[in-house]
Write a protein that binds this ligand. Sequence first.
Ligand SMILES: Cc1cc2nc3c(=O)[nH]c(=O)nc-3n(C[C@H](O)[C@H](O)[C@H](O)COP(=O)(O)OP(=O)(O)OC[C@H]3O[C@@H](n4cnc5c(N)ncnc54)[C@H](O)[C@@H]3O)c2cc1C
Length: 374
Amino acid sequence: MSGPYDLAVVGAGICGLAHALAAARRGKRVVVIDRDAAANGASIRNFGFVTVTGQQAGKSWRRAMRSRDVWAEVAPLAGIEVVQRGLLMIARRPEALDVLEAFAGAEMGRDCRLLARHEIAAYEGLRAGEFAGALHSPHELRVESRDAIPRLAAWLAQAHGVTFLRETAVRAAAPPRLETSRGVVEAEAVVVCPGDDFHSLHADRLAAYGLTRCKLHMLRLTPAAYDPGLPVVMSDLGLVRYLGYAELAEARPLRARLEAEQGAQLEHGVHLIVARSADGSLVVGDSHHYGPTPDPFAPSFVDDLILEEYAAVFAGALPLVASRWTGTYASAPDRLMLRDAPSPALRIVLITSGTGASTSFAIAEETIAELYGS
Ligand SMILES: Cc1cc2nc3c(=O)[nH]c(=O)nc-3n(C[C@H](O)[C@H](O)[C@H](O)COP(=O)(O)OP(=O)(O)OC[C@H]3O[C@@H](n4cnc5c(N)ncnc54)[C@H](O)[C@@H]3O)c2cc1C
């Protein structure tokens, strides 16, 4: 038997780690339990792109702002490098520029700026002359998730005394008792952050949310001639996908044009995010395919659709593909996250959209305030 703890968190992805941090900061004795030996889920397969601009207006945008602040505070303490800052949203088409202008003029665009042609051209490596315009957002930061998540966990253990039980599957979680593959764990409260596993714990509760899974294709390209000061880059296809822009009326004409010109990209949920790593290599994605068990195959034509958009934005020869991977996350038809409360001391928290790196810290603070009072 292990414990007793104040709080047991199931899942050591970003959602679980964020809950561990929020509880530990209140002086709670926390245990995090994960069935894997090391981080292996969506939280290390993503871009590590903490996105603010583009999040849905309201709660989601505010959560991203708060989570960005927590990342900025925690990163130096945990030895996590912030690899990039800001976002450059490219408008290849006039219709895309209309969306950016509308966004810049509204509440969420307050600190963002439409760039003049010479400012876009100043970034080395872009097809700047072919763009209709661009928006710069100062809010974002990017970490290298495959390093950042293990470092965050190690820092939680070291600086906050969080206990980690790895290679331990949780079979039942009802406070004050969790049944695991290594025996019983006692904890007064439990937060279950299972990522895209809807069946192992509280499947009866989760069944009500109509959940499915989303599979994404990702690529790493070898280092290219690329302005080291360039923020993360996105383009037109992202403007009809990210709700902060897509819900603007100006996104409709853009969507109509993209349907005519890039139907294959829309069909496979392809849009462009290009992030730069410390060694100069580029993390490029992504695509979106939905299903309860996404197939494990990664057809190369989907990668080609992503690379086609990359080549429309970046000048010069296409860098080589150094590695390819897929990742999956939870998806719900009608919400970006869910927090279910089967009993007073139990919460189930899922990020049901591709926004966990951007919103988990704020979501966790809300959960912990709910459990222990604000
Ligand atoms: C390719 C890709 C790119 C993305 N890009 C971004 C991005 O740029 N920005 C952004 O904000 N978001 C992005 N996302 C989304 C983000 O990564 C996810 O929303 C987030 O990582 C979900 O975190 P999580 O902790 O809920 O899940 P996970 O990281 O999947 O962690 C869940 C953990 O729970 C454990 N677990 C589950 N059930 C049990 C059990 N019964 N017992 C023990 N352990 C259990 C699993 O082993 C796993 O370690 C992306 C996602 C993908 C896949």
